[in-house]
Ligand binder design. Structure first.
Ligand SMILES: [Zn+2]
Length: 319
């Protein structure tokens, strides 16, 4: 990976893909979701591939050539379930993909496959497999926690191949929920970056600030409010960068670069214990000394910081 020579835009690093955001070449083909005859034919087609999700995990497998894949099977090998079958889409070769939600992952006679959540699998799988898994886990999280009608309390039933729940009592249709959250890297007039440490994080772990969008609030206003609440820093301008599905359990992270109007820090102490301005040299030195831990995980946070930093950040291997 080349490093950026243009530190004001971080062009080289900004073009790197953000984990979990790719469609992976999958057409979700949502027009088929209500067509039971089409779904039945697609399910029984010999090229169709199926994987099981359970509690936010799926089975993954390391191949001899170094790739890691989702463990998928033809539908005739899949565990029987009628209730929780999600249609995820079609790839460019016409292969249809389904996920089954089960209480447990299927056992395997060999020891090659292992269960993994998205935080691990997201950095290992191909874009196609990541896209399929993030879609399935998002549906699973919603299905698990929305079994009853929020209007009348009756038990709801799954419909639209996993993408709707219907209430047989009052007729309400409930759609998968996505909670918008903002995540932002704030810089000041000296082009230093503001990083914070949450109260429950280990010493040395810093990241961008983030928070949920509230009802009746624009995402730009949410950026300004969250930065002010968590760090006391007043934000002037806000520029959208990219988004990332974050089904832990149901967020969509909306990534921003923001500019501070004034640099004074006053942390809230509840959510954020410490917030600091770092120049690039200060952050590089802090990584080298261990004062700041390498960025971990699959979050868009690391990409936002890299955009400013101008080169890939030191990363931990996993989770
Ligand atoms: Zn109802």
């Amino acid at each position: 990976m080349t490093t950026s020579t243009d530190r004001t835009t971080g062009a080289a690093t900004a073009d790197r893909p953000i984990t979990l955001t790719s469609t992976g070449g999958i057409d979700r083909a949502s027009h088929h979701r209500l067509d039971e005859a089409w779904l039945a034919a697609a399910w029984s087609h010999p090229t169709t591939r199926v994987f099981v999700v359970s509690g936010g995990q799926a089975l993954i497998e390391d191949k001899e050539d170094g790739r890691t894949e989702l463990v998928m099977m033809p539908s005739f090998d899949a565990p029987f379930t009628e209730a929780h079958r999600y249609f995820l889409g079609v790839d460019e070769n016409g292969v249809r993909y389904f996920a089954l939600q089960k209480d447990t992952l299927p056992g395997r006679m060999d020891d090659i496959a292992r269960p993994a959540g998205l935080r691990e699998a997201g950095v290992l799988l191909s874009e196609r497999d990541s896209a399929l898994m993030v879609h399935a886990i998002g549906l699973e999280n919603w299905q698990r926690t929305h079994r009853f009608c929020s209007r009348c309390g009756e038990r709801t039933v799954i419909a639209a191949a996993g993408h709707i729940r219907r209430c047989p009592a009052c007729g309400a249709e409930h759609y998968p929920r996505t909670d918008p959250a903002v995540i932002m890297l704030v810089t000041d007039d000296q082009d230093r970056a503001l990083l914070g440490r949450q109260v429950h994080w280990p010493k040395g772990r810093f990241s961008t600030l983030a928070g949920f969008v509230e009802p009746g609030e624009s995402i730009e206003a949410a950026v300004i409010r969250e930065v002010a609440e968590e760090s006391g820093v007043a934000v002037g301008s806000v520029a959208y960068v990219a988004s990332q599905p974050w089904p832990f359990p149901s967020s969509l992270m909306l990534g921003f670069m923001a500019r501070a109007a004034s640099p004074e820090i006053r942390v809230d102490g509840d959510e954020i214990e410490e917030a600091r301005w770092f120049s690039r040299d200060e952050l590089r030195a802090a990584f080298a000394s261990g004062e700041v831990l390498p960025f971990s995980g699959i979050s868009i946070a690391a990409r936002l910081v890299e955009r400013w930093y101008g080169e890939p950040l030191p990363r931990t291997a996993r989770t």
